[in-house]
Design a protein around this ligand. Structure first.
Ligand code: SF4
Length: 355
């Protein structure tokens, strides 16, 4: 193994899959981003331009913490919104701060030409083996799918566990064991084993529980710290949580044409990033009988700001309450909790009233 110590920004539970690519595919050491804390955001905010969205600040803060933990090579993913430009800016900021690290910006790669990813990965390890990196990436994709399936199950049941913390504990064990998986066969076995265990957890689920759908921007919706653990807090109140947005659905199987077609009465043009998916899922949750919808985004996320008037129309057309949360470095837990509580009371009273 060479001395390259690679970090990739922390994102939901997917660091296990990223770690596999870095260790097994790139043959490098992996430096995981330390768990995101208030300090991460403070560091990120201190060195970020004011106008950037919060994921930029989390990423930058995480990079600096990872460099301090030993990383000497950083990877930025790039993206279809402003995220595509963030790599360049972060690279310059780190250089100005005096950090001597290699910065690989995947925004330079092109999804239509997979070979460009190989070329970028070669900058991390010039002796890269094409077969190794391909099979590592393929297994990582399957890991992502398994993580998403497991987490979907958790979201829909965790609110009804008889012993508090049972799902969380098993989820951590699952992610730990996932680190040791070497091929698809092992992965499938692990998935089956854990699904059996998850299904054995004792729950007390009513016939017609409250159901809430989450929609919104990639990072904020998938990163628990960024959304102040909102899913968990709501689930604890005995609510089934639906959240379509994950990497499997939005990146691996986005079905863009169908999505565009199905929202044509609400949006004619693609507004970028997650906007189309947000609209599509809000309609689906309304039609599927959810009791409310929660929209989350980072402060300054233009694609998601554009969806808000459309969501308002959906709310009126389907008579479904929607609440909006915008997160930035100043957002306090108290304000969030008060609004979540009020939303919960309201959807519960509505449901009671319908009986
Ligand atoms: S989707 Fe929005 S919040 Fe996320 S990186 Fe793009 S502009 Fe920023």
């Amino acid at each position: 193994m060479n001395k390259t110590r690679v970090n990739f920004p922390r994102f939901g539970s997917y660091d296990v899959a990223v770690e596999h690519i870095i260790r097994a595919g790139l043959d490098c050491e992996y430096v995981n981003t330390p768990p995101i804390t208030k300090k991460t955001l403070e560091i990120g905010s201190k060195y970020s331009p004011d106008f950037v969205c919060t994921p930029f600040k989390y990423n930058l803060g995480g990079y600096i913490e990872s460099i301090e933990a030993g990383a000497n090579t950083l990877i930025q993913i790039g993206g279809v919104c402003r995220l595509g430009y963030y790599g360049e800016l972060q690279k310059q900021i780190l250089k100005d701060l005096g950090y001597d690290v290699k910065f690989i910006n995947m925004a330079n790669a092109n999804f239509r030409k997979p070979i460009t990813f190989y070329e970028e990965f070669k900058k991390v390890n010039p002796n890269l083996n094409l077969k190794k990196i391909t099979s590592a990436c393929m297994l990582a994709v399957h890991m992502v799918e398994v993580i998403d399936k497991v987490e979907d199950f958790i979201r829909q049941n965790v609110g009804f566990e008889k012993e508090e913390g049972s799902f969380d504990k098993l989820h951590h064990e699952f992610l730990d064991d996932l680190r040791d998986v070497n091929d698809k066969k092992e992965l499938n076995l692990l998935y089956k084993l854990y699904m059996k265990k998850f299904k054995k957890i004792e729950i007390d689920k009513p016939k017609n529980p409250l159901k809430v759908g989450f929609v919104g921007e990639y990072y904020t919706i998938m990163d628990q710290y960024s959304n102040h653990y909102m899913e968990k807090e709501l689930a604890k109140k005995g609510i089934v949580i639906y959240r379509w947005m994950n990497l499997t659905n939005s990146i691996l199987n986005p079905h863009v044409k169908e999505v565009k077609q199905s929202i044509k009465n609400y949006a004619k043009y693609d507004m970028g990033a997650t906007a189309m998916f947000t609209i599509k899922k809000a309609i689906d949750y309304a039609k599927d009988g959810c009791d409310g919808i929660i929209h989350v985004k980072s402060f300054g996320c233009t694609p998601e700001i554009d969806t808000m008037p459309v969501l308002q129309r959906i709310s009126e057309d389907f008579k479904i309450p929607i609440i909006y949360f915008s997160f930035d470095s100043q957002t306090s837990d108290v304000g969030i909790n008060t609004r979540v509580e009020a939303f919960y009371d309201m959807i519960m009273m509505r449901k009671e009233g319908k009986k």
